[in-house]
Every structure is written in structure tokens, then in C-alpha cells.
Design a protein around this ligand. Structure first.
Ligand code: ZN
Length: 80
């Protein structure tokens, strides 16, 4: 379980706490100037918290790294 506490307050980019009332639908960080939909920012925070709970070996491979690995493999087969 991921606690939802602070997920709407924390900036998903820099971790700065941006308190906001429920009526405010936009997350606007005064530190890194990130502007996101409030729920979008919260969902990124929840995703990050979830990833932090994964075992180390699963955490190594992110989506970006997976696509990079895939591209390298394509290059190798292209050379052969
Ligand atoms: Zn920020």
C-alpha cells in the first residue's frame, strides 16, 4: 500500500512541499517552477513511492533504460 499522504503536496520534480487547498487543481512549484495538474503531480509521486518499494534488482531497469537496451540490441543486429 502506498500512503496517499502528502502526494498532492510534494513537488514530483524537486520534492518541495507546496501546500494547497482541495479547490486548487494545479500544482505550481515555487522552487523549480513545475506546473502540473494537481492529480498528475500526485500520481507521479505515488508512482515514485511505489518504485521505491520495489526490490533493488527490479528498480534498476526503468522504462527509459529498457528502451535504450532495446535500441542497442537493434544496432547490434543491424551491424551483423
Ligand atoms: Zn518543484
Amino acid at each position: 500500500m502506498i500512503p496517499a499522504k502528502n502526494t498532492t503536496v510534494d513537488c514530483s520534480r524537486c520534492g518541495n512541499q507546496v501546500p494547497k487547498r482541495l479547490a486548487i487543481r494545479i500544482h505550481q512549484c515555487n522552487k523549480c517552477n513545475l506546473i502540473l495538474n494537481r492529480d498528475h503531480n500526485a500520481s507521479i509521486n505515488i508512482l515514485n513511492k511505489g518504485l521505491n518499494q520495489l526490490p533493488q534488482e527490479l528498480r534498476k531497469v526503468t522504462l527509459v533504460e529498457m528502451s535504450e537496451t532495446f535500441m542497442k540490441q537493434e544496432n547490434v543486429t543491424g551491424l551483423v
